[in-house]
Design a protein around this ligand. Structure first.
Ligand code: GRF
Length: 202
């Protein structure tokens, strides 16, 4: 069994999808042991509490350097025996100490078909604004491993979503979440948990 931490900053709809699929028995190789938020106001924390999942908050501004923040994140994850990390709408920058500690054991959901509309500054609604601005007919979501390049790690899963005439960024974001993100993330979580479980038992 792989211990999973989900790192969040906002509403937690991707966290909710993971919780729902785990409770439905569709993530048999992983257990969500911790929800780690970047701020105490993240509604994702309420979702975790409703399902008796442990929570923690580690705020970047409480640390005077990226390294000190990274060390606090790694300490929190290790204190909960976390094997694998899922970034689900997590907005703080994670430095190399965290990324190296969870090399090939940290995944992220990005609301576009990478390599389009990704990298520094592309998060949340900005991603959908850029897709609409460019006039693409198809967008979607990508789950990828996290490395030191923002949205630059190996791609695990992708799913395409049609853009419709008259779409606003908000309408498009909701469709990408419903038709791609909330489907891909639980599937990717189980795929990586299987892989790590096998490595753990070798
Ligand atoms: C959304 O923009 C989503 O597309 C991206 O993170 C943001 C917040 O998602 N993955 P959530 O509702 O907090 O999971």
């Amino acid at each position: 069994m792989i211990n999973i931490a989900v790192m969040v900053s906002g509403g937690g709809t991707n966290l909710q999808a993971l919780i729902d699929q785990a409770e439905a028995g569709n993530i048999p190789h992983g257990k969500i042991k911790l929800v780690l938020a970047s701020n105490e106001k993240a509604y994702a924390l309420e979702r975790a509490k409703k399902h008796n999942i442990e929570t923690a908050v580690v705020k970047r501004k409480e640390y005077d350097s990226q390294d000190a923040f990274d060390d606090a994140i790694v300490e929190t994850l290790h204190a909960h025996q976390i094997d694998m990390v899922i970034l689900a709408g997590y907005l703080s920058i994670l430095g190399e100490r965290v990324i190296h500690a969870y090399q090939d054991r940290m995944i992220n959901i990005h609301p576009s078909l990478i390599p389009s509309f990704c990298g520094k500054g592309f998060y949340g609604l900005k991603v959908h604004e850029a897709a609409l601005e460019r006039g693409v007919k198809v967008t979607g979501a990508t789950v990828h491993y996290v490395n030191e390049i923002p949205d630059g790690g190996r791609i695990i899963l992708q799913k395409a979503v049609e853009i419709q005439n008259g779409d606003t960024p908000e309408v498009l974001q909701k469709r990408v979440m419903e038709q791609a993100e909330w489907i891909l993330l639980p599937k990717a979580a189980e795929m990586v948990a299987v892989k790590l479980d096998k490595e753990k038992s070798e």
